[in-house]
Design a protein around this ligand. Sequence first.
Ligand code: CP
Ligand code: NVA
Length: 313
Amino acid sequence: MQKDLLTIEELNGADLEKIISMASEMKKKRFDLSRRPLEGKSVGMIFSKSSTRTRVSFEVGIHELGGNSIFMDMSNLQIGRGESFADTARVLSRYLHAVVIRTSKHDDVVEFAKFANIPVINALTDSFHPCQALADLFTIYEYSEQLKGVNVAYLGDCSNNIANSLILGAKLAGLNLTLSSPQKFAPNEDLIRNPDRGRGKIRWEQDPFKAVRNAEYIYTDVWVSMGFENEAKKRMRSLKKYRITSEIVGAAAPGAKIMHCLPAHRGEEITDEVIDSHGSIVFEQAENRLHVQKAILTMLLDTQKNGEFESEY
Ligand code: CP
Ligand code: NVA
């Protein structure tokens, strides 16, 4: 595994397999607190955007691994008064053993990681949310017992951080991913094409009913991501037809599972009836953030310690 987790692009197939098997082990043995790979270590959490799942699952995960987490609201750091990301990274590397960052500009996280000599984990930027996509892959694996060739449809804003990370995740895992949106919110073609990992089929289909045909999983996210609130009205109008309703679910494969990274805006991108249905696995997905992030932290800190991956799990 490389030093940081900034996007899924940095992972190879072996990393993904290891994350999935370790997360599965950690889920089974959640309360076996005898293994404490983060004993004596401190992990900084720098956030400039709201969070429920990511913040709490990281803090609980760090505690369960024997470590200490330090939450920092970015506006209270000197970054808010003009200190550079590079200098902040240099300083925090002298105290901490890893940093988890959530902010707007992806390039700020790249800059931070460049000057940090400790692992840096992207906890969401406007462009990517790798921890979410890895938890999603783990969740699909739990239900389907495989990833390669599994049919997933994603409806809604196909140009946001969740769609981008799902595209990279699908390429790594070999999922067949169909993204559906109007032209204005079409997926990033470059991300789909380059690099071609030779696995999985990724396509864009404007008709949501056609997009979900044969889908074993239907995934959506909010139509208005954090930082895009000024576009809310326009987005509601153009994405209306991509709402996950019972009719959409009825056009998918029988027994299709419903996924959402959460938070959900019920009645906008998904109806109550669908998110509360038997096929909805959104809360399992949310729980899996914890197990997957514990695996990621363990692997990144092991990589740093040994120069290569080695773990007792
Ligand atoms: N899915 C997710 O990242 O949720 P939070 O914004 O609550 O962390
Ligand atoms: N696309 C959403 C994801 C939230 C977890 C956002 O960026 O707000």
